[in-house]
Design a protein around this ligand. Sequence first.
Ligand SMILES: [Zn+2]
Length: 289
Amino acid sequence: MNKKMPVLFTFDLDGETLWRCRDPENANRPVTLSQGRYGPEAGMPRILKMLKNHGLHATFFVPGFTADQYQDLMRQITAEGHEIGNHGWTHTYPDNMGGYEAEKKEYWDCSDFIEKLLGFRPRGYRSPGWEFSPYSLDILEDMAEIEYSSNMMDSDKIKYLEYGGRKTGLVEIPIHWVLDDAAYWLYSLRTPGKAIQPLEAVENYWRAEFDALLEEFIEEVETEGDSDICYVLTCHPQIIGRPARMKMLDRLVDHMLGTGCVEFMTGIEAATRFKDKHRKAASVESAVE
Ligand SMILES: [Zn+2]
């Protein structure tokens, strides 16, 4: 088969902000904050090594606060060919940001800082709370450089972002809790009701989900000639970066590559390819008419 299913490994490099945003008191809890620092400090070297070993590129959504704390790491991520996406400044959830101006400042501050540090503005956006406020879409559409969002759970396919009857020019790269390490492993004394799930259970689920999506992708290519089905994994370096979990991720990559039917890519690569493909299809249609 000449078509390959896009596989996107996305990492939300939250660091301390994941804990600071949940409770302002966490700023005074050194152990809680250290759990966040595990991501950039212990998890990231393993993640970057694993990606390099396989020759893969991934997308890292980084809050400006964390990018500022770990500037050398940001340079390294970029130098190794990965993508940096906008993830707000403080990781405050959009519904708690306090209005249009405050939310706009979160996103602009993040992009301005990345530009100052690395020389480019992020082209993808992931909401820090996987939620939009009533203002999010207006703000994102006003940021001319933002080409895609990776936030919605209504599809297994890459498509244009559309909700509430509003069509946008932003490409939407779908996500879901079942393909998010936080759903299984985000844990602290202050996340009541949560339990750390067995490694094998998560491995089996992520692999089964991949196999099932690939089956549908192949079927759609055979019947319709192409497919926008994709596999998008969302991980947090402070969660997935543990040694045994990284071994699991490595096995998953081997399994995926072993099918010969997938192509790993960054968010912007997937969004650009989607736009090119659908632009071409539209121009062929209009030529036929
Ligand atoms: Zn995050």
